[in-house]
Write a protein that binds this ligand. Sequence first.
Ligand code: TRP
Length: 332
Amino acid sequence: MNSKKKTVFSGIQPSGVITLGNYLGAIKNWVKMQDDYNCIFFLANMHAITVRQDPKNLEENTLKAYALLLACGINSEKSLFFIQSLAGETHSQLAWILNCYTQFGELSRMTQFKDKSQQHPENINAGLFTYPCLMAADILLYQPDLIPTGKDQKQHVELTRNIAERFNGIYGETFKIPEPFILSEGASIRSLVDPSKKMSKSDKNENACITILDPKDTIIKKFKRAVTDSEAKVYLSDDKPGINNLMTIYSCFTGMGFAQIEKEFSDKGYGAFKLAVGETVADALQPIQDKYHKLLSDETFLKFLYTESSQKAKDISQFTLDEVKRKIGLCM
Ligand code: TRP
């Protein structure tokens, strides 16, 4: 790793599907950042168990997500890309320690905790409550400069900074204070059925969401059905949320600006525009899908990659953990 470059650190929870929203909002940006930063990315499978998971699904989804992110362009030679549970010793130890430096009141104010408790009133477990401490541990172990993430995780990164500053205040300089880096471009891809909502894989209407493993004809069909408006003219406007969303998606994949898109479709209707968006997205996803299937067919290679990188992650993080334990007087 190049020590002059800033270090970027981020993770996502592994779930069976990656939506177009996840791809454009997070992953595509991660891929780009690999050229300018030292990048560390990981799959937060320990965070995933704060809601009940089927064991077989969780394991399978984690490995599939690993392959899928590689297929999207996370490059395991340029970046460190690991699985949280394979470096679980350091992550869970620091998480416990940080629990003891985080106030009940602070955790009670986390909006994700409040939302998730409402969604799962039958399982408001302690892990859901202390989730931000594990996240703070993930981050602080690697002394990163920047945390690229969606708006929804900003509060957690801010809490991480507060915990780190508090710890440094008591024990002296220990943790680097990381900056949140809120990804905006494409960060809020909307549902194709109801653009007032975020595109989400848990949407009951399957036409609302494109996943990056959807076959070409499905992608084209979903875009064809996308909700727009009755004006039949392609331009950006506050009262055209459906068209704005399609223009954002088209822009993300073609690199074209909005004015350019308006020009290209100035004399064409919504049918032609939707087809163009569908075909562009499907064609862009095809090579990712091919690479994904190829990676999944070689389990030995995949296992080699994640085992090796997770061991590296463990070694790096052990360094910070040891310093923390020494400072607070935990025998080693
Ligand atoms: N909480 C993040 C999410 O759900 C995932 C995550 C866990 C994370 N630990 C992290 C993101 C550390 C950035 C840094 O999306």
